[in-house]
Design a protein around this ligand. Sequence first.
Ligand code: SF4
Length: 295
Amino acid sequence: MKNDKNVLRTSIHNFFNEIINIFNNHSKSDKIPSPEKLLFEKRDKTSSSNIELNSFDVQIIPENGDIFNLTTRITFELSNICNYSLFHKKCPLFLENEKIILPSKIVYAVLDELGRYNYKGQIAYHNYNEPLIDPRLFKFIEHSKIKCPDSEIYFSTNGFYLNQIMVDELIEIGLNRLHISAYSKNEYKRLKRINIRIPHSVELVSLDERLNKVCNSSNSNNKNPCLAPFNEIIINRDAKISLCCLDWQRRYSFGDLHNQTLEEIMRDGNLINIYNRLSRGDRFLDICKRCDWSR
Ligand code: SF4
């Protein structure tokens, strides 16, 4: 019995060391790979493991050292404001009456915390919000680059406010990656003409019907591991940590950055328990049972 426990402990130790090594190896390279690439590598490792984990068995957040060893992206949802939401009846923001803004002091406090851990992953400024509508965005990007110079600063936008001067200035202060969703052919043509000297994409999209695609679908029987919520930590406009970007109703959210640090929330047993179960394919939450994705 004791021997079995030792074998299990060693296997778990090796398993998480492998995950940490993947992240570390990438961090040492000049270019940070996309979060999706890191995710697939980590998920492959998880899938090929036959380790049986029980809740709270694993200290996945080290007592000392890098608490972000499992994290490839930190996302700030700066508000619930988007200039297109009034036209888009299937946008979650269309249903909201009250404007909510994530306080600057919380964004700065988290960036300072990331800086203390020398965080090197991605820092993003979009979730269910249009980042360029927020007058504080430039300040946040500047501060991100000062505190985490090796991180990749990224956001996705509908491009409505974007022009050449703005792109140049964003790059100058530290923006590393940009995604633009153009919602009309004319906008697409205009945005494609902008010279963007960083990795970027411009995509022609439509105001789609995705609103309840996951929440209302039947069980998917998907048993693939999902690494949310530690792979991508989403700080929503309420200053809480969201389970993942699909949970637009914020049914599952954790902690409160108004009176806790990010580290305190990440060390919360409830969040660790959810990560442990999802990361081995145990999709026990209602939204996860219906979901075809992995994050
Ligand atoms: S299984 Fe789907 S809904 Fe659940 S956390 Fe992962 S991506 Fe989100």
